[in-house]
Design a protein around this ligand. Structure first.
Ligand SMILES: [Zn+2]
Length: 275
């Protein structure tokens, strides 16, 4: 089956999660396009995703960043984070989970978590960066990848059990509208030593980073919040030195001074629920 057909099949199965981002009416499939009852249409791309945005992406990323990120994450840079999330999901929920990754980029986090869940989850990835979604659709099958803007949401109310928001901006109003009752929002934010080896090589590095405000903001939106720190050193494979440097906009246009033997992963995992 071609990628475009696979994406259309996934959309047909999951159409009840979506609505038209323009008029909020139900959507259905018309061949390899999505259409609403008012005649708005959104096309599937040959590369295997659906585009609800329809304009050029406003984000100035490029494919090489997402390719680099894919390779590094494949090799396990965030495995301990993914394992922690998978473990928590399996403890807390039974039955098949609908997981939405908001700001999924090239989709590696979502795919790793879905793989960890086995057949217990289905995933949808959304990003406004089209290059990220193209890369996601290139590497990861069996996930519905969508280019969309959460401010003009293509999602129905209360349909998702889990919203993932990993190292990406949040939209809490929209999260609370689309998460199901009893569901959870899982957000991952950097702590001050995250990728510190990389930032030490940059001349204009930020000296006093704090995520306190982000944590307080998150807490305001949920009745129950679980918080955990994840801190480890990841041994960098020699063959991935270049990819590691290019996987973040932080280093754009800057030259790598020396190679990394290991890199620090220092993150806070926030899980919010309204129960
Ligand atoms: Zn419409």
């Amino acid at each position: 089956m071609k990628k475009i057909e696979k994406a259309a099949k996934l959309m047909a199965e999951q159409a009840s999660l979506f609505w038209c981002p323009i008029c909020q009416k139900n959507i259905h499939l018309e061949g390899t396009a999505v259409a609403c009852n008012d005649g708005h249409q959104f096309d599937f791309a040959k590369k295997g995703y659906v585009n609800f945005y329809g304009k050029p992406s406003p984000l100035d990323y490029d494919r090489s960043l997402f390719e680099a990120r894919y390779e590094v994450i494949q090799r396990g840079m965030y495995d301990q984070l993914h394992d922690k999330i998978t473990e928590w999901l399996k403890q807390q929920f039974s039955g098949k989970l609908k997981i939405l990754d908001v700001g999924c980029g090239e989709g590696s986090h979502l795919k790793k978590i879905l793989d960890g869940m086995g057949s217990q989850a289905l995933g949808i990835g959304i990003d406004i960066a089209k290059d990220g979604i193209i890369t996601a659709a290139k590497y990861h099958d069996n996930v519905l990848w969508t280019v969309a803007d959460l401010a003009k949401s293509p999602f129905q109310m209360n349909r998702f059990d889990i919203i993932l928001n990993i190292l990406s901006p949040a939209n809490y109003l929209e999260f609370s509208r689309i998460v199901s009752p009893g569901g959870a929002v899982i957000k991952v934010i950097p702590n001050k030593n995250y990728l510190i080896e990389m930032r030490d090589q940059l001349t204009d590095k930020v000296e006093s980073y704090s995520n306190q405000e982000t944590i307080e903001h998150f807490n305001k939106h949920f009745s129950t919040v679980t918080m955990e720190t994840i801190n480890y050193q990841w041994k960098v494979p020699q063959s991935l030195q270049g990819q590691l440097w290019h996987m973040t906009p932080l280093t754009w246009g800057k030259k790598q001074q020396e190679e990394f033997s290991a890199i620090t992963i220092d993150l806070t995992l926030l899980i919010g629920q309204n129960v």
